[in-house]
Design a protein around this ligand. Structure first.
Ligand code: ZN
Length: 65
């Protein structure tokens, strides 16, 4: 018996547990059971967050100097 540490969904901001690995084998998915959480939407969300962050930094820079 070996306990594997619980994996958490890697979708930005999501803290749900990742779905358990398929009993037939294969790697454990990196996302929870929400349909909208997958590699594509996670990528899009990271892009969106990156843009929001860079916009904030750009705005901050104007008053910085
Ligand atoms: Zn998730």
């Amino acid at each position: 018996m070996s306990e594997t540490p619980a994996k958490t969904c890697i979708y930005p901001g999501c803290e749900r547990p990742a779905v358990p690995p398929n009993p037939l084998g294969g790697p454990q998915p990196s996302f929870c059971d929400l349909e909208e959480h997958n590699a594509l939407t996670a990528h899009q969300e990271r892009q969106r967050l990156a843009k929001v962050t860079s916009d904030q930094q750009a705005g901050r820079r104007e008053s910085d100097g």
